[in-house]
Design a protein around this ligand. Sequence first.
Ligand SMILES: [Zn+2]
Length: 239
Amino acid sequence: MWTFSQIWIDFVALIFPDKCMVCGEYTDSGVHNICMKCRYKIPLTGYYRVENNPVKEYFETLIPTVQCSSMFYYKSDEMWRMAIHRFKYHAAWIVAYRLGRWYGLELKGSGLYDDVDVIIPVPLYWLKTMTRGYNQCHYLAHGMAREMGVKVDKYCLYRRRNNPSQTTQSRTERWENVDGIFAVRFPERLRNKHILLVDDVLTTGATLNACAQAILRAAPTCRISIATLAVAGRLSNHL
Ligand SMILES: [Zn+2]
């Protein structure tokens, strides 16, 4: 499904040089601007191919979900960890978009996400989006939506206040930090929909849980799946 946002993103993507966006080497044989060496090195989880996986099992204890997955392990490879860091903090949103396209292809190939109706990226507080200039999850979601043939909704779910950054917080603080901070506008748009909630890195799941709780409160008849690009370490050690 083509939208103006996707056409614009694809146009900008065309003018970027043929450099691998992970290692920075020039490449003419890569896919989505990732060279074959980096594609070979990516620490994929394979979770998106199976219904029962550690991410699904973890969220099972928190909220009702249809499918859950993460594409690769965040801390296993320094080069790949830095790729996420670049799109999160250094304005390289094109990296998020291209990785989103790769992930979207994997989700489509698995057949488990075929009935997703809409992708909702985890929102930043509006002021943070303005000062940073972008929300990396929007680009991730647009990349995935492009390959999966579904829409992105960036407006229904919003963040009510600007909670402190979670990167230096303990597990307990992270849960308290996001408690009740998300809300839904136009809940009728989400009624009976299968929603894919998208975030960049899964650490404790507190943010995604808070998003899902807000959506289910506003639109109890919708179904929720979760997809994060990366998962922080092996699940058994980190969640
Ligand atoms: Zn590379």
